[in-house]
Design a protein around this ligand. Structure first.
Ligand SMILES: [Zn+2]
Length: 376
């Protein structure tokens, strides 16, 4: 259930109540693709990093170790030792980006595993069954993620099919939630708005899915090659048609500035691999901008990554030490860098929430949109 506390312009401060706890929004979900954050960060570490929601990938977990294995082990919460909310994606995005030889039909998608080439079929029912086996808090509807730019006619046909798939997802989830041996009988379902960069198709699609009374609404298929300005325009176009009393999730976004801009336009929930992926390459976020820790100027720098940061890494370790570890290929270097970046994102969301609580979001936004993307 989504409980709106306060608004400032289009930005929203709210609580999202789930069977696994309440999420203070706006919030960033930390991506544990195969059930772990890449960079040797466990669910126990996430507690120290202000993480509220863990996101796991259906496609990856279906292939390895298999969702039926995870179900036998009691579901993702027990398996990964994370007791807060978990969102699983539908597998759709990975089927369309990773899998080989895919063939899209009305019933679903036939494809070959990117690991061993074995033939797999996934449709709306299969995606819901896998996510039910995983026992996540929130399941995402199975959709087609179209690359931008896409032809108009194709996009129109695709979103019509995505609506039919969404109806099938909803029906299948209702069935699964009523079964005796289902792990999470209160699993929630989010629908996904698609329509490439065509505003009329986006709006028409959002209107249609808004009528289905889902637990939340995602905007998908953005940040896949189009300029950031186009993404902001699409958010502005669909926002008035997204239900006011439901949470809104912008999938796979993005940089700290992207997130700030999207909160400004009324988005509540985010996920992105950027903080962990960039950390592994030595790109670290600070309140003054982005640093590249491998630069020679940090060789003798015994100050923390960000002197304003209260994360466990910045409280203890220096730039020089982390730079040395990363250069030496020590796993600890990756781990520390990833922990800092995740804390930075989660803390940024907390600051945004505080700014909204205090009625100061507008000035927070104006100040940090100029700074957070700078390379220093
Ligand atoms: Zn830090």
């Amino acid at each position: 259930m989504y409980k709106l506390i306060k608004t400032e312009g289009s930005a929203r401060r709210a609580e999202f109540i789930t069977p696994h706890g309440t999420v203070q929004t706006p919030a960033f979900m930390n991506v544990a693709t195969c059930g772990a954050i890449k960079g040797a960060v466990s669910a126990l570490d996430l507690k120290d990093l202000k993480c509220q929601v863990q996101l796991c990938n259906t496609y990856h977990l279906h292939l390895r170790p298999g969702d039926k294995v995870i179900k036998q082990l009691g579901g993702l919460h027990k398996f990964t030792r994370w007791d807060g909310p978990i969102l699983t994606d539908s597998g759709g995005f990975q089927v369309f980006s990773l899998a080989k030889l895919r063939n899209i039909k009305e019933e679903g998608v036939y494809f070959s595993s990117h690991i061993d080439g074995r033939k797999i079929f996934m449709g709306p029912e299969e995606s819901m069954q896998i996510q039910s086996n995983l026992g996540s808090t929130i399941a995402m509807a199975f959709d087609e993620c179209i690359e931008n730019p896409a032809p108009y006619d194709y996009t129109k046909k695709s979103i019509e099919r995505t609506v039919r798939w969404l109806e099938r997802c909803k029906k299948e989830m209702t069935r699964l939630n009523s079964l005796e041996d289902t792990i999470n009988k209160e699993q929630m379902l989010f629908g996904i708005n698609q329509g490439s960069t065509y505003k009329d198709l986006r709006i028409e699609h959002m209107k249609t899915i808004a009528d289905l009374d889902l637990d939340g609404y995602a905007i998908g298929g953005l940040a896949v090659g189009e300029p950031a300005e186009v993404m902001y325009e699409i958010i502005e176009a669909v926002e008035p048609y997204a239900p006011k009393d439901k949470i809104r999730y912008l999938m796979g976004v993005g940089t700290p500035v992207n997130i700030l801009e999207a909160v400004y336009r009324g988005v509540d929930l985010f996920d992105c691999v950027m903080p962990s992926r960039n950390a592994r390459h030595g790109h670290l976020f600070t309140k003054s901008g982005i640093i590249n820790i491998s630069n020679a100027k940090y060789e003798l720098d015994d100050t923390p990554i960000d002197s304003q940061c209260q994360c466990p890494v910045c409280k203890n370790f220096s730039r020089a030490y982390i730079r040395h570890l990363l250069k030496s290929g020590e796993m600890l270097g990756m781990r520390l860098a990833v922990m800092h970046n995740l804390y930075f994102y989660n803390n940024l969301m907390e600051e945004i929430r505080n700014a909204l609580d205090n009625g100061e979001f507008e000035s927070y936004y104006r100040h940090y949109r100029e700074i957070l993307g700078k390379r220093i």
